[in-house]
Write a protein that binds this ligand. Structure first.
Ligand code: ADP
Ligand code: MG
Length: 649
């Protein structure tokens, strides 16, 4: 055991070039090496991948990694290969003959890691090969997908355990996620049959972050005031909600002398990269962004993150606000909230969630756009033509896009967004003829170029278009794009030895099952998903309204229990609040609750009927909201009603 861990540390250095495990990672690695079933809960960016990738390099056998997203899978495999760790993946975007080849390779011990989409596990091909693969460890990434309470529930995740039933008892198991509330944790443990598992939660504490929620009816003034104060400390970020708001506030602060830029999905990808870069370098001290500003942007010295709009879940909030203070120095996540925000967000969520009819229309339009007949299968992923789908379904492109994303989540289709630009090239002569062409070629540089190209594209390129990412081909052939295009044009037009075309960055889709005459989704499935989203929003609202320590609330939510008060969030520091807190007795709280049980009430009514002070009533309402007992009443501003949850009891 000691020896295995030493080997793991060596490999961490050898393949990744890292000197040591982070605290928590070491425990997780030790735990799997010791053969303990392990559940890892680290926040995003916390370094979960290494917890299974490093042990995978230590074991003789194969590590099977279950991962939900095609793009994630591909990225990780590329990264591993670049480091010299052999790995591959199978998912629904890979044609069957290729899946077969990869499984045969795996059986022959060619890989350390095999990434696999959950729905592949039950396929006949996989089941046939499974026993022979020599699986020594199973790693389930994004394990919250197992739970209906997770924000990305994937039905196929629930069948992982039963699909892998034939694996011997000695198989090691590890599951990993960034967001596992206690319910989700329980679901994961039960579903995977992790008895006596090691649960490792780490990294949710952010002692340098001073969480702050501002309850106000004047958000505009508060935003200006907050930026004025915070920008003295350094660079920051505002989450502005809509594109229009982002444009507006970036302009506003720039005019006031604080150079700011907007960032949202409506801005050209190139320009977006530049904005990111200028923010990271400090040239632009403030960016006002929608939630499109995301993954992979790391600026250690971001001093503040202000939310002008409440996010739809604590997962999203923690991730966005958590961009502040990555360097460990003091930083401020600030959330501005006015009472009607929750109702507005809830209504927006309800309105934007596609109806069943919209699901049906988009599914049919999508299949039509690929000319799929009912009962027929789609062989390979195809280009998504969103405008065409919109036209056929008579729905807006944005509705179509959100339905398509949900269909992806429900595993009706496999969607791969922003597939990188690529070249598709095919030789138009036989291998022997190409050999002759090279020999006869007067220009040795040209002959060498063709030779390199041939080796890069492989044997398939003589019978079919071979796709290769632009980045890869430029690097391997050591040319720039212009030179490559010129060379290919000569080879296509003058020499006529190949054909090629350029594929821009694009989205591709594969309909997974045969086309069905009706949308292959139950009403229940859709309904449940929608309700989970609503309950996530509700938790966000409870966080906003809690009168307890913010950090404790967040850490509890993420399963990191037993934390003590941070002592520096708005609630911990609010002395006056705690005085009133003391005055707010259980008796008073239950009297207010009794009133609300009768009918929705406002603060004014409570003060008239019970004579409590304004501040007391405000705190009582907040307390009851944070406990999930009541919520803002959507038919009259300022009123509160029983939440549906407590209405049930
Ligand atoms: P997660 O899956 O938890 O979101 P990742 O596994 O993608 O996080 O890791 C996030 C980043 O942290 C990666 O860039 C990774 O290289 C880096 N990282 C992880 N562990 C270490 C370590 N022990 N030393 C240095 N960097 C690390
Ligand atoms: Mg990860």
């Amino acid at each position: 055991m000691q020896e295995l861990f030493k080997k793991a540390e060596e490999n961490l250095q050898k393949y990744w070039g890292f000197d040591s495990f982070r605290s928590g990672q070491d425990k997780a690695v030790e735990s799997v090496l010791a053969g303990k079933k392990t559940l890892v809960l680290f926040p995003t960016g916390g370094g979960k991948s290494l917890c299974f990738q490093v042990p995978a390099t230590v074991f003789e056998g194969l590590t099977l990694v279950i991962s939900p997203l095609v793009a994630l899978m591909q990225d990780q495999v590329e990264q591993l290969k670049a480091k010299g760790v052999s790995a591959t993946f199978i998912n629904s975007t890979i044609p069957n003959y290729e899946v077969e080849q990869r499984l045969i390779n795996a059986r022959n011990g060619m890989y350390k890691l095999l990434y696999c989409a959950p729905e592949r596990l039950s396929s006949e091909l996989f089941q046939f090969e499974l026993e022979g693969l020599g699986v020594e460890m199973v790693a389930i990434d994004e394990a919250h997908c197992i739970s209906e309470w997770g924000h990305d529930f994937r039905p196929a995740y629930r069948d992982i355990r039963s699909s892998l039933q034939v694996l011997p008892d000695s198989t090691r198991w590890i599951a990993l996620t960034a967001s596992a509330t206690p319910e989700v944790q329980q679901d994961i443990l039960e579903n995977l049959q992790f008895e006596e598992a090691n649960i490792l939660a780490k990294g949710f504490e952010r002692p340098n972050l001073k969480w702050w929620v501002v309850h106000t009816s004047k958000k505009r003034e508060k935003l200006i005031e907050s930026v004025e104060k915070a920008s003295k400390k350094g660079d920051g970020l505002i989450y502005g909600g809509t594109r229009k708001n982002c444009e507006y506030w970036a302009g506003f602060f720039s005019k006031k002398g604080l150079s700011s830029e907007p960032y949202h999905a409506g801005i050209d990808a190139e320009l977006r990269k530049e904005v990111q870069q200028r923010w990271i370098s400090g040239e632009t001290p403030l960016v006002v962004a929608t939630n499109a500003f995301g993954m992979g942007i790391d600026k250690p010295d971001c001093r503040y993150v202000i939310h002008d709009e409440m996010p739809y879940s604590l997962e999203a909030y923690y991730q966005e606000a958590g961009r502040a203070g990555r360097d460990g120095e003091e930083a401020f996540p600030v959330l501005l909230y006015k009472e009607s925000d929750f109702i507005a967000a809830e209504n927006r969520l309800k309105k934007s969630y596609p109806t069943r009819e919209e699901f049906e229309k988009v599914y049919q339009a999508l299949c039509d756009s690929f000319h799929m007949a009912v009962g027929s299968f789609m062989e390979e992923p195809r280009l998504l033509d969103l405008d065409n789908v919109a036209l056929r379904s008579r729905l807006s492109p944005s509705v179509c896009r959100s339905v398509i994303r949900l269909l992806n989540q429900f595993n009706v289709i496999a969607l791969q967004e922003e597939v990188k630009a690529a070249f598709a090239i095919q030789f138009m002569l036989s291998r022997e003829m190409l050999q002759k062409f090279k020999e006869r070629c007067k220009n040795p540089e040209k002959a060498e170029f063709v030779d390199k190209l041939e080796r890069l594209l492989g044997a398939n390129s003589f019978s079919d278009l071979a796709e290769i990412e632009e980045e890869t081909i430029l690097k391997k052939l050591e040319v720039n794009r212009n030179t490559l295009v010129k060379a290919l044009n000569v080879l296509m037009q003058s020499d006529q030895i190949l054909a090629y075309h350029v594929m821009k960055e694009r989205d591709v889709v594969k309909v997974i099952e045969a086309r069905s005459s009706k949308l292959p989704l139950s009403k229940d499935q859709v309904e449940r998903h929608r309700n989970v989203l609503l309950s996530k929003l509700d938790m966000m609202n409870r966080f906003i309204n809690t009168t307890g320590c913010r950090e404790v609330f967040l850490r509890n939510y993420f399963g990191d229990t037993g934390a003590s008060d941070c002592g520096h969030c708005d609630n911990c520091l609010n002395q006056e609040g705690s005085k009133t807190n003391a005055a707010v007795t259980e008796d008073k709280i239950s009297k207010v609750l009794e009133m609300i049980k009768e009918e929705p009430i406002s603060a004014l009514q409570v003060s008239r009927d019970l004579g409590y002070s304004k501040e007391e009533i405000r705190l009582i309402f907040r307390f009851l909201v944070s406990e999930g007992k009541i919520k803002a009443f959507d038919e009259a501003p300022g009123y509160y009603s029983l939440s549906s949850e407590s209405a049930r009891f």
